[in-house]
Ligand binder design. Structure first.
Ligand code: ZN
Length: 96
Protein backbone atom coordinates (compact mmCIF):
# COMPACT_ATOMS: atom_id res chain seq x y z
CA UNK A 1 0.00 0.00 0.00
CA UNK A 2 2.77 2.46 0.95
CA UNK A 3 4.75 1.38 -2.14
CA UNK A 4 1.69 2.00 -4.34
CA UNK A 5 1.30 5.55 -2.99
CA UNK A 6 5.02 6.19 -3.58
CA UNK A 7 4.82 4.84 -7.16
CA UNK A 8 1.83 7.10 -7.92
CA UNK A 9 3.71 10.12 -6.52
CA UNK A 10 6.79 9.27 -8.62
CA UNK A 11 4.58 8.84 -11.71
CA UNK A 12 2.96 12.25 -11.12
CA UNK A 13 6.41 13.81 -10.59
CA UNK A 14 7.75 12.30 -13.86
CA UNK A 15 4.65 13.42 -15.79
CA UNK A 16 4.73 17.04 -14.59
CA UNK A 17 8.55 17.40 -14.47
CA UNK A 18 9.03 18.66 -18.11
CA UNK A 19 6.18 21.15 -17.68
CA UNK A 20 7.52 22.19 -14.28
CA UNK A 21 11.04 22.81 -15.68
CA UNK A 22 9.55 24.99 -18.43
CA UNK A 23 7.57 26.99 -15.88
CA UNK A 24 10.67 27.27 -13.64
CA UNK A 25 12.79 28.67 -16.53
CA UNK A 26 10.05 31.14 -17.53
CA UNK A 27 9.57 32.20 -13.88
CA UNK A 28 13.35 32.55 -13.43
CA UNK A 29 13.44 34.94 -16.41
CA UNK A 30 10.62 37.05 -14.94
CA UNK A 31 11.19 36.95 -11.15
CA UNK A 32 14.88 35.99 -10.84
CA UNK A 33 16.71 32.73 -10.24
CA UNK A 34 16.98 32.98 -6.44
CA UNK A 35 13.25 33.49 -5.90
CA UNK A 36 12.42 30.51 -8.14
CA UNK A 37 15.07 28.36 -6.40
CA UNK A 38 13.52 29.27 -3.03
CA UNK A 39 10.04 28.40 -4.35
CA UNK A 40 11.33 25.09 -5.73
CA UNK A 41 12.88 24.26 -2.33
CA UNK A 42 9.58 25.10 -0.63
CA UNK A 43 7.77 22.83 -3.11
CA UNK A 44 10.17 19.95 -2.47
CA UNK A 45 9.82 20.48 1.30
CA UNK A 46 6.01 20.39 0.92
CA UNK A 47 6.10 17.11 -1.06
CA UNK A 48 8.48 15.55 1.50
CA UNK A 49 6.18 16.71 4.33
CA UNK A 50 3.13 15.17 2.61
CA UNK A 51 4.95 11.84 2.09
CA UNK A 52 6.20 11.90 5.72
CA UNK A 53 2.67 12.56 7.07
CA UNK A 54 1.22 9.76 4.90
CA UNK A 55 3.80 7.26 6.17
CA UNK A 56 3.58 8.22 9.86
CA UNK A 57 -0.23 8.24 9.70
CA UNK A 58 -0.17 4.71 8.27
CA UNK A 59 2.16 3.50 11.02
CA UNK A 60 -0.10 5.03 13.67
CA UNK A 61 -3.15 3.18 12.35
CA UNK A 62 -1.39 -0.19 12.40
CA UNK A 63 -0.75 -0.21 16.18
CA UNK A 64 -3.25 2.01 18.00
CA UNK A 65 -3.25 -0.07 21.21
CA UNK A 66 0.47 0.33 21.91
CA UNK A 67 0.19 4.10 22.22
CA UNK A 68 -2.34 3.94 25.07
CA UNK A 69 0.14 2.16 27.33
CA UNK A 70 -1.16 0.58 30.55
CA UNK A 71 -4.23 -1.68 30.55
CA UNK A 72 -6.78 -2.64 33.18
CA UNK A 73 -9.51 -5.31 33.32
CA UNK A 74 -13.24 -4.52 33.56
CA UNK A 75 -14.51 -5.60 37.01
CA UNK A 76 -17.81 -6.83 35.50
CA UNK A 77 -16.72 -8.78 32.40
CA UNK A 78 -12.88 -8.87 32.77
CA UNK A 79 -12.34 -7.48 29.26
CA UNK A 80 -9.11 -5.46 28.95
CA UNK A 81 -9.27 -1.71 28.34
CA UNK A 82 -7.07 1.38 28.59
CA UNK A 83 -6.42 2.73 32.11
CA UNK A 84 -7.85 6.07 30.95
CA UNK A 85 -11.17 4.49 29.75
CA UNK A 86 -14.26 5.63 31.65
CA UNK A 87 -16.61 2.92 30.28
CA UNK A 88 -16.10 -0.71 29.28
CA UNK A 89 -16.29 -1.22 25.51
CA UNK A 90 -17.71 -4.74 26.01
CA UNK A 91 -20.43 -4.39 28.67
CA UNK A 92 -20.81 -0.60 28.86
CA UNK A 93 -20.39 -0.45 32.66
CA UNK A 94 -18.67 2.61 34.13
CA UNK A 95 -15.07 1.92 35.08
CA UNK A 96 -13.54 3.03 38.40
ZN1 ZN B 1 -17.01 -4.89 30.97
Amino acid sequence: MQLAILLVLILIAVLIAPWLIGVAIAAAAVYGVYLVAAAALAGVAFVVAVIWVLFTEKGRQEKPEEIHGERKACKYCQVEMAVSATHCKNCGQAST
